[in-house]
Design a protein around this ligand. Sequence first.
Ligand SMILES: [Fe+2]
Length: 251
Amino acid sequence: MTIQFRQLFEPISSTYTYLLGCRESGLAVLIDPVLPAWRRDLEAVRALGLELAMTVETHIHADHITAAMQLKREAGSRIAAPAVDRLACADVALEEGKPLVVGRLAIEPLFTPGHTDDHHAYRVGERLFTGDALLIDGCGRTDFQNGDAATLYRSVHGKLFTLPDETLVYPGHDYQGRRVSSIGQEKARNPRLGGGRSLAEFEALMGKLGLAYPKFIDYAVPGNRQCGLCPEGVPEELQQYCEEMAHSPQG
Ligand SMILES: [Fe+2]
């Protein structure tokens, strides 16, 4: 089987969206599409001669609004989200132990709470889409959305770090242009979770990060619980999260 693959970057929230396509069936999936980039992402699917079958969320995001609903409107794709979110707007409820099959793609959900209480990573063959549970040389914060550092540590060490070292790690974000890592690399040198860091060390480190209040969370969370509707009252300076991104069409 040939998997078609693209890593797409949304610069407003520094989010990676992943396009996975199955050449045999002509069907594609987008993991964590972002609202301002919906048209570019749909064009990327179509440029490969594929039809967008589904969008898949790793968790309820606090830093951007998903394009799931917009893509459903425009392309008829179905919306898949973690079952624990109990979203009325979702078409498919995902849980660990029940692979999502699209054409010949088998997307294996891995329940990885800690950044948020609903977080799932997705494994597709040799690739692992880690959302915000595990970033390249980092991890998502654990101080909102029922996050918990000890829970995240157990998710990463007990689940993600038990995968083969050569598994490719594709994160939900990167703020420095890094694109891909591996389980072996993160186990060896992730400054928060790798290199033999203990649970107590990780909890202490996460407890003193002193990060600012997430500026878009009060709009993103309700918007994402509706699968990607921009709520009323988004202030002027945050409107870029809701508007379509300027883009140049692909050839
Ligand atoms: Fe997140």
